[in-house]
Design a protein around this ligand. Sequence first.
Ligand code: GLY
Length: 366
Amino acid sequence: MESLTVDLSSRSYKINISSGIILSLGAELKTYLKRDRIWIVSDVNILHLYQTDLEKSFLKAGIELNLLELPSGEKTKSFHFFEKTVNWFLETGIERNDLIVAFGGGVIGDLVGFAAATTLRGVEFIQIPTTLLAQVDSSVGGKTGINSQFGKNLIGNFNQPKAVIIDVSTLRTLCDRQLKSGYSEILKYGLLGDIKFFNWLDFNGTDILSRDEALLTKAIKKSCLIKAEFVKQDEREQGKRALLNLGHTFGHALEAVTGYSEQLLHGEGVSIGCMLAFEVSAAMGFTSLEATKRVKSHLRKVGLKSELREISSSLPPTEKIIQEMLKDKKVNNGVVNFIMVKDIGEAFVTDEVDLSVVSNVLDASR
Ligand code: GLY
């Protein structure tokens, strides 16, 4: 088993990475429990695969399992399912010293982390992420929340989990499209802060996406290490942590105009967004065309989306996409703070990006 720590003084926690742990999850989690009851929230797709294993494992460990099944998909990150989840905790008799488990992808992790923070003013929770995207990004660092009618992730808090348990064997059943979506968040870490990691990914990316479990484990661990360092330095995103949003201002706007639907997965928005960040940076004179070409060639090599024209649905006018960017959480005094790049591995935040340049780059990408 690989292990690392997110170092946040009294709120520090371990990220454990192994393969096949789900089968003995009951025994694994027993050490975290103050009494023999546990509350696990998951989604229909995950439970279709793991419910029997979970039930057997908790029965064997002598733990009463309370299991809530939610629908899968971004629409579950809503007030409606937040209310349903909190009410379920309360009606099944949860107490403050109990433990909640978010067992699923980023939607489940974000929703359940927020519900755990607010139930009885806070019940501890553990993240067991089952998608690559959740394993390398959303389950680590404590960002939790739901979407609002005004945009994605606009309601939430910072609520660090008690532990993150990553089982890479769960990736065996993840479809290729979701795997690629998660890979774009791995790539993001190389692009924003570690050129050596980017070079390693450029060499190994195709094998990682062919599900080589040893390489996947290395890529996940390195991603978590990079993220843990950012979170340690800036837990509540007052500065440096914002760099982790490379490509996300563009990506979120594209997700919004495609209705947070299957038309564009989050990671697909991120890979296109990272490419746009390099293209806008090049057009603004912040980075070289050479760096931009290298990123494009990597995205093409591993089969990730890099251009607006690769989105299957028709997009609204560019102006509308820019309007969506203005709803970003990084807007200050009406001006968008963009994450731009000086080179591969060197990102920075600036409010000096000309929106007409952004508009031209978006037009060229359509
Ligand atoms: N996903 C970016 C962050 O957690 O800060």
